[in-house]
Design a protein around this ligand. Structure first.
Ligand code: SF4
Length: 639
């Protein structure tokens, strides 16, 4: 426990030793580790000994900036007794690129567009100076000396960025320059998943992939992240921008006698035909050759000519981007993007991809990647990878999806007293679609339960709904208005800043109520220690909405692993439930009660929910420690 800066619990010794053993033998590990096991400190203390002794480097992948901050804080504690240095890297954003902060248009650039503009600004002009003063200033700094100056302090990402900016340096470039000196680099998933960014990262770190130890935090998100990274989607409204760009560039031709506006008109036709033929509810499956054939027929071209046309559009897009860069504008081309989408759609296979039209106010074509195997290659090819989450079960499934061989699995339960958590359910309600149709009073009964429980307990309460639509339904039917405390809500499309402001107001309230979505940002990524949150009401089971995309994924899993429904529908639903309930207990002394307003919860093996006829007195009794020994015995039995 050389790198463990606290008095370890027994479970923590086991986790550290398991990770150390895995890394030392160059294997991979898939670990479910319950709340309170100290995933961050254990994975650092487990990966550092072998890595430091054998010249390996650690890449710690996270989803959130707050998790990056936690990694650096733990490293700072470790460094009190050990020679260790770590740094976080984030993509270009307002906080890492001061040039971007001064130009609002740049805030909406993709990583690739910002990278191109940045490269352009870094080039020296005729006067021998480069276009970015923050980069120019860095020519006077020796990164090794800079690392020495911050080593003892080991600033968290925000402090580091502020310090660089106030010294007149580019925070993004400075963090890059510090990477070769770091034992641990904290980065978003994208940095290893996207091939072009991965190549740069390894160059900046000065390490080959084979010498990298990768830690994946909140790993249950990784398979979907990998699928999305290989997926391509094109929205109908983007065609308006293509048309405008075409007008701004003198209506160029992209094939013999075919102008960009002809391609736009053909795409619009394909959208409306696909919607008419294939869109059933929220989406619809599109046959493999549909878009190609539709474009061929609309533009009177062969398949070969369409391929050539899309290449021409991509090339034209590159020219437009170059011109924009010269004018210090975001190097984006809508014509190029459309060409790239058509090319991608026509060339992706029909085994791992499914082609869809998605409905809604802005329909889209989507080439959805069902198999994360290809994108998971860096996790297989690195020296060792450690995948951790509080909700990763079933571990074998995860291992198979990513194709991890030489891989060990382990589950480490939470060390917290299970008696600190009470889980109840109401047996007279459900949000099952069929039952809502047969018995619409279900909604009224759920409303009554929420009002009765919230007003009868008066504790800080989160009400988790299975979807935003369902949340809106309960706001519209007067549930929120009937509650005694102040109601806060997580809204669709909220920025991270707005969300945190809402959460902070809720935390500091007394008897406040937070409406949120199971599987949303509140239920998966935010800690509510102590009495910030004592009661969670979970309305319904968050089964994914049926769609053709889900059906295609189920068929795909059935073909590969014979467990489509289990893997695509049930497991994600159970994970969301466990994550939402998990908000209640964040420390040894926390106590919390959850009530599930859906009788189907009995179908979740090991969830430990007990039926209640009087939720208010059961919850108040639990907090007042008035539960009878026989109630306690039943609950223990069910957990
Ligand atoms: S060098 Fe830094 S500040 Fe300058 S454009 Fe690039 S990221 Fe922005």
């Amino acid at each position: 426990m050389e790198y463990f800066p606290y008095e370890p619990r027994e479970t923590q010794r086991e986790i550290v030793s398991f990770i150390d053993g895995t890394v030392s033998s160059g294997k991979h590990a898939v670990i479910e580790s319950g709340t309170g096991t100290g995933k961050t400190i254990c994975s650092l203390a487990g990966t550092l000994p072998f890595s430091k002794a054998h010249g390996k480097r650690i890449l710690y992948l996270t989803r959130t900036k707050s998790q990056q901050k936690q990694i650096i804080e733990e490293l700072r504690r470790i460094s009190a007794d050990n020679e260790v240095f770590g740094i976080a890297i984030q993509g270009r954003s307002v906080s890492t690129c001061p040039m971007m902060a001064s130009d609002p248009e740049l805030k909406y650039g993709t990583a690739e567009e910002l990278s191109k503009l940045c490269s352009h600004l870094k080039k020296k002009g005729a006067d021998g100076r480069c276009g970015c003063p923050y980069f120019e200033a860095m020519s006077d700094v020796d990164p090794e000396q800079y690392v020495k100056s911050i080593r003892a302090e080991m600033p968290d990402p925000e402090t580091f960025q502020k310090r660089c900016a106030s010294d007149g340096y580019c925070p993004y470039e400075m963090s890059k320059a510090c990477l070769p000196f770091a034992d641990v680099v904290a980065a978003p998933y994208t940095f290893i998943v996207v091939p072009a960014i991965r190549k740069h990262l390894l160059d900046w770190m000065n390490v080959p992939l084979e010498d990298l130890v990768v830690v994946v935090d909140e790993a249950h998100n990784l398979p979907d992240f990998l699928r999305d990274s290989c997926t391509s989607e094109y929205f109908l409204h983007s065609l308006d921008y293509v048309e405008k760009e075409s007008d701004d560039n003198s209506k160029p031709e992209v094939a013999d006698g075919i102008a960009v506006s002809d391609v736009v008109a053909a795409m619009r036709k394909c959208f409306s035909e696909a919607a008419l033929e294939y869109l059933m509810d929220s989406d619809g499956l599109i046959p493999y050759g549909f878009l190609e054939e539709c474009l061929m027929s609309e533009l009177c071209m062969t398949s070969y000519q369409i391929q050539g046309m899309s290449k021409n559009m991509i090339e034209l897009g590159e020219t437009i981007k170059e011109r924009k860069k010269e004018r210090r504008k975001l190097p984006r081309s809508y014509i190029g993007n459309l060409g790239a989408f058509i090319e991608f759609w026509m060339n992706c296979d029909d085994v791992t991809y499914v082609r869809l039209i998605d409905g809604g106010p802005d329909p889209s074509f989507e080439a959805y990647c069902m198999d994360p195997y290809e994108a998971a290659a860096p996790f297989r090819d690195c020296f060792s990878s450690i995948h951790m989450s509080g909700t990763l079960d079933p571990l074998e499934q995860y291992k198979k999806e990513l194709g991890l061989i030489k891989c060990e699995n382990r589950v480490f339960p939470s060390p917290f007293d299970p008696d600190n958590l009470l889980t109840l359910y109401a047996s007279d309600v459900t949000t099952r679609h069929k039952d809502l149709q047969i018995d619409p009073d279900n909604i009224g009964r759920i409303k009554d339960h929420i009002i009765e429980i919230v007003n009868g307990t008066g504790r800080n309460t989160a009400v988790f709904f299975p979807s935003y639509e369902m949340m809106d339904r309960f706001i519209a039917n007067g549930t929120a208005d009937a509650l005694d405390g102040q109601v806060f809500s997580e809204r669709r499309g909220m920025s991270q800043g707005e969300l945190m402001e809402t959460v902070d107001e809720f935390r500091s309230s007394t008897g406040g109520i937070l409406f949120a979505v199971t599987g949303g940002r509140v239920s998966e990524g935010i800690d509510f220690p102590s009495r910030d949150l004592e009661l969670a009401i979970i309305v319904g089971l968050p089964y994914p909405r049926p769609s053709f995309k889900k059906e295609a994924l189920i068929r795909y899993f059935d073909r590969r692993f014979s467990n489509g429904w289990e893997a695509v529908v049930k497991t994600p639903m159970v994970r969301k439930m466990r994550q939402a309930r998990g908000r209640l207990i964040r420390s040894e002394t926390d106590r919390g009660a959850a009530i599930i307003l859906d009788n189907r919860v009995t179908q979740i093996y090991g969830f430990g929910a007990i039926p209640t006829k009087d939720a208010v007195s059961d919850i108040n009794g639990f907090f007042d420690e008035l539960l009878t020994p026989s109630d306690l015995a039943i609950r223990r039995q069910m957990l």
